[in-house]
Write a protein that binds this ligand. Sequence first.
Ligand SMILES: Nc1nc2c(ncn2[C@@H]2O[C@H](COP(=O)(O)OP(=O)(O)OP(=O)(O)O)[C@@H](O)[C@H]2O)c(=O)[nH]1
Ligand SMILES: [Mg+2]
Length: 371
Amino acid sequence: MVKTDPHDHHLYRIRLGELRELSIAAGYSVAGSTIQVSPKENVAYMLGRGKLEEVKQQAAENSVESVIFYNVLTSKQKYNLEKTLGLEVLDRYDLTLKIFEISSSDRLSKLQIRLARLLKEIPYRKLLASIRFKTGREHPGPRSLGEYAYHETVASLLKRRSMIQAEIEKRRLEKLSQLKRRREMGVPTVCITGYYNAGKTTLFNALTNLSKPVSPRPFTTLTSKYYLLPHRKLEVFLVDTIGFVLDLDPRLIASFSLTLDDIRLSDLVILTVDVSDPSDLLLLRIKTCLDILKSLSVEDRRILVVFNKCDLAAGSEEVKLKIDRAYPIIHNLPYCLVSARLRKGLDELMNQVASLLDNIAEPVLQRNIFN
Ligand SMILES: Nc1nc2c(ncn2[C@@H]2O[C@H](COP(=O)(O)OP(=O)(O)OP(=O)(O)O)[C@@H](O)[C@H]2O)c(=O)[nH]1
Ligand SMILES: [Mg+2]
């Protein structure tokens, strides 16, 4: 990791810890980690020369096969690092996609992953092709094979991207007509969101009596699942969705826009957080989730914070202390405490959902969401 913020004395460690967790989830075992403190990232190599040598040596001593950066690498940095280190080089964007691939089973998530890969791969492959073109043995002239091959590679990548985008767009239109039908039924939509592993699917299963896959591996859920939930007088469509992560790359948001639409177009969002996280991590994760919800235009009045995994806390005092510390971030958002695993606090949760839906003056259902 290259740490560029001089005011960050603590959070970078949490970020590095998350990178470690994600690396393990992607199947790596972690040999070590290193941090370079620098006012800016090196344009050519991300790391400064001295640090790069140190990493190279450390990698050789530990028989390392891959180097994973927290910072997102440009094509040029990735190319230079691979060449200098002679190892696989990834950043947190590549790593996230690797984990997504493990969980991906349906066509839509596969398409979205392929699009996310292409958005990063196109500039990289362009760079590789242009290097090959410039250093080719045949002295490429304006109409040489080298130039032809370069344009071929770029054109085929761009064509693949357009085909995937067209298929995703087709699915988006199908999804909007499904949403329209749901809207005509007059049933509100309540979406379970939150950080990966917060227990969203466990909560979804507890409320619906379904048994969707649950696991401690990040990003178990990639594609949204809707379920019509009859709850006493209240009937809602409950939706389980993809988990959030720190410093989500805008290209990932763009590729997964269809999945994120489920959150954007819900009447109410249940923001699930894992209350057993250490306090600092909990605060950073809540802030990350609220920032993402804001970027999806979800207003505060449509958010209910659910502190999950209360069974793991040492006692109600510990939970109260953590919630007090979270107060500056959650302000006056309504919240409740549950244990999805033990199915505790669910009635109170659904009562709050019902009263919040009653109070939302202009539900999404009455807005024009189809333009
Ligand atoms: N102790 C305890 N564990 C829980 C609770 N809720 C979920 N878990 C565990 O937390 C882990 C993650 O649960 P999931 O339901 O898969 O979490 P998720 O938010 O859907 O995760 P992603 O789909 O990966 O984003 C699993 O090991 C669950 O058994 C809870 O209330 N208490
Ligand atoms: Mg899940």
